[in-house]
Design a protein around this ligand. Structure first.
Ligand SMILES: C[S@@+](CC[C@H](N)C(=O)[O-])C[C@H]1O[C@@H](n2cnc3c(N)ncnc32)[C@H](O)[C@@H]1O
Length: 500
C-alpha cells in the first residue's frame, strides 16, 4: 500500500538489480571513485551495488532521513568486506554539502535516487520535507502565482549537490525524472559550473518502480573547467543508439541540438505576443453546455442565463484533435483583470444570481491569483481574449499542429488556459500565420525545441522563439508576412496590464 509517508519521503527503494546494473555500467565506462556517497541512501541498495562494483574504494557514506533505513543500510554494508563506512540519519536539507565534499578531498562518486515528489504534492499533504524558503531557480512572484514554481524536491537536491561538487573531481550518477535531469543540467550550464561529459540514460520506470513517468540515469562528471553545454540521451544503460543531443541555446534547453543548429536562424523575434487562454479553476461551474433551451453546468444543474458573459469554449483536447466547433461555453466575467465584476449584477442578473449561488465554491478557489481580485474573477483576460480570430495550439499534447479558431454566432471563441494562441484581426491573417506555423520548416524547428515528455511540452516561452519573418523567408512569403507582422502588436497593451 502507498502511504502518505511513502509519498512524503518519495520512499520508493530502487530494486537491487537496477542498482547493480548501474554500478557495473559506471565501472565499465571508466568511473574510478575513491569515495562513494549516497545522499538519500534508503535501505542501501545503491551502496551495496557500488561497493561490489568498486571493491577498492576508501570510504562509503550513506545518509537518509529514515532511521530504520539507515540502520538497515549500515548493517548490510558492515557485513560486506571491511570498508570504512559511515551511515547517519540526516536530513538532506540540513547538510552543508560543500563543506562535506571539501573534507573528503578525493574522487567522489555520488550515486543514488533522491525522492520523486513535488513541492505542491508535499503542500497538499501538509509536509515540511522541503528546503527552507528560497528563490529556487530564480523564479519570480508571477511564476510562483501561476504554478511555474512547482518543482520536484529531487530537482532541488540534485542542483545543490552539483553546486557543492562541481569543483571536485567526481561523478554524479542519479536516477530521476528526465525533466528533473534537464533542469539540473540547465542550472549547471547557466551557472557555468565545472561539469564535463553528461549523459541521460532512459530507464523503464514502470518496470522498476511501477510509476508511469519518464525517468533516466543522469550522469555528469565534475571538476572539469571546460564545460560543454550539451548532453546525449541514450535509450538504456549504454552508449549505443543515441536518441538525441540536448543542449543549451541562449538561456533555454533545446531537445535536439543538431536539428536546432540547422535552423537556428528561426530562433528570433516574436513579432506577435503569444497568449494563454482563460483560467478560472472551477470547471463544474464556469463551463456549461447548451441543451434544450437552458444551460447545464458540470455538476448537472440546469439554468437559464443571459448570454452576455458566455463565450463558446475550446479546450486543449479540442485543439489537439483539430475540433474547432465548440460544444460548450465558459463564463468570462471580465474583459480585463481590473474590471469590477459587480457590473454583472446590473447587466446580467440571472448570471449574477448563478455566480452568487455558487459563491462558496468560487470563493474557495485556492490559487493566489484570485486573492485581492474582484469576486468571481477569471485570469488571463485582455483584448486578445476577444480577438475575432486566433491561431491556437494545445500546450499539453505531443501534437505540434496549429489550428485557426474563429467566431461562433458572432462571438469570439475563447480558449482554456492549457492552450496557447496568437490573436488575429481577420481570417485571412489567421490562415496565413497558421500556414507559416504549420510549414515543414517551422514544425521541424519547433520539434527541435520541444521536449515531448514534458508535462506541458508547448509553452509560451518556446513559441516566443519562433521568428515568423524568418519562417516566411524560408517559404518565400516575406512580403505577405511584412504586412501582418507590422500590425501584430495591436493586442499588446492589455497583456502587460494583465500580467501586473
Ligand atoms: C526514492 S527513495 C531512494 C532510496 C535509495 N536511494 C534507493 O535508491 O534505493 C528516496 C529516499 O529518500 C529519503 N529521503 C526523503 N526525504 C529526505 C530528506 N529530506 N533527507 C534525507 N533523506 C530523505 C527517503 O527516506 C528514501 O529512502
Amino acid at each position: 500500500m502507498i502511504t502518505t509517508e511513502k509519498i512524503e519521503f518519495g520512499d520508493f527503494q530502487t530494486p537491487l538489480d537496477l542498482t547493480r546494473d548501474i554500478a557495473a555500467f559506471l565501472r565499465d565506462n571508466g568511473v574510478t571513485p575513491d569515495i562513494i556517497v549516497e545522499p538519500t541512501c534508503g535501505r542501501g541498495h545503491f551502496v551495496r551495488a557500488a561497493i561490489a562494483a568498486f571493491p577498492h574504494v576508501k570510504a562509503v557514506y550513506g545518509f537518509d532521513i529514515n532511521p530504520q533505513h539507515v540502520d538497515e543500510a549500515g548493517n548490510m554494508v558492515r557485513n560486506m568486506a571491511g570498508h570504512n563506512s559511515h551511515f547517519e540519519c540526516r536530513n538532506f536539507f540540513q547538510i552543508d554539502w560543500a563543506t562535506f565534499f571539501a573534507g573528503l578531498g578525493e574522487t567522489i562518486l555520488l550515486i543514488g535516487n533522491p525522492p520523486w515528489v513535488t513541492n505542491s504534492a508535499l503542500g497538499a499533504i501538509g509536509s515540511l520535507n522541503l528546503p527552507e524558503k528560497t528563490n529556487f531557480q530564480g523564479r519570480n512572484g508571477f511564476a510562483a502565482k501561476t504554478g511555474k514554481a512547482n518543482f520536484d524536491i529531487s530537482e532541488w537536491m540534485l542542483t545543490r549537490l552539483v553546486e557543492a561538487l562541481h569543483r571536485h573531481s567526481g561523478c554524479m550518477a542519479m536516477l530521476c525524472k528526465t525533466a528533473t535531469a534537464r533542469k539540473t543540467l540547465r542550472h549547471a550550464w547557466l551557472n557555468k559550473l565545472n561539469i564535463g561529459r553528461c549523459s541521460l540514460h532512459l530507464i523503464d520506470a514502470q518496470r522498476h518502480f511501477g510509476a508511469s513517468v519518464d525517468a533516466c540515469l543522469l550522469i555528469l562528471h565534475t571538476g572539469m573547467p571546460e564545460s560543454n553545454t550539451t548532453a546525449c540521451v541514450y535509450p538504456d544503460l549504454s552508449f549505443d543508439g543515441k536518441i538525441t543531443t540536448i543542449g543549451l541555446a541562449g538561456k533555454e534547453l533545446v531537445a535536439d541540438m543538431n536539428e536546432y543548429s540547422r535552423m537556428r536562424d528561426i530562433d528570433g523575434i516574436p513579432y506577435y505576443t503569444w497568449r494563454s487562454g482563460v483560467k478560472h479553476d472551477a470547471v463544474g461551474i464556469m463551463e456549461l453546455k447548451r441543451e434544450n433551451g437552458h444551460f447545464t453546468n458540470g455538476i448537472h444543474e440546469e439554468y437559464q442565463l443571459e448570454t452576455t458573459y458566455l463565450y463558446p469554449l475550446l479546450k486543449s483536447s479540442d485543439i489537439a484533435n483539430g475540433r474547432t466547433t465548440p460544444t460548450r461555453y465558459v463564463l468570462v466575467t471580465q474583459r480585463k483583470p481590473s474590471d469590477d465584476t459587480a457590473e454583472v449584477k446590473e447587466t446580467a442578473p440571472k448570471t449574477w444570481a448563478y455566480l452568487t449561488a455558487h459563491a462558496d465554491a468560487l470563493d474557495k478557489r485556492r490559487s493566489i491569483i484570485y486573492r485581492k481580485r474582484p469576486r468571481f474573477s477569471v485570469f488571463g483576460v485582455g483584448d486578445y481574449t476577444f480577438s475575432p480570430w486566433k491561431v491556437a495550439i494545445s500546450g499539453l499534447y505531443k501534437n505540434c499542429r496549429f489550428v485557426v479558431v474563429g467566431e461562433q454566432q458572432g462571438k469570439p471563441i475563447v480558449l482554456d488556459d492549457t492552450c496557447c494562441f496568437l490573436p488575429c484581426s481577420s481570417e485571412k491573417e489567421a490562415r496565413f500565420i497558421c500556414e507559416l506555423l504549420n510549414s515543414d520548416i517551422c514544425q521541424r524547428f519547433l520539434r527541435s525545441l520541444v521536449f515531448l515528455d514534458a508535462k506541458r511540452p508547448i509553452t509560451i516561452d518556446i513559441l516566443n522563439r519562433i521568428d515568423l519573418k524568418q519562417v516566411a523567408g524560408h517559404v518565400n512569403r516575406v512580403m505577405d508576412a511584412e504586412k501582418c507582422l507590422s500590425a501584430a502588436a495591436r493586442f499588446q497593451e492589455q497583456s502587460i496590464a494583465s500580467v501586473r
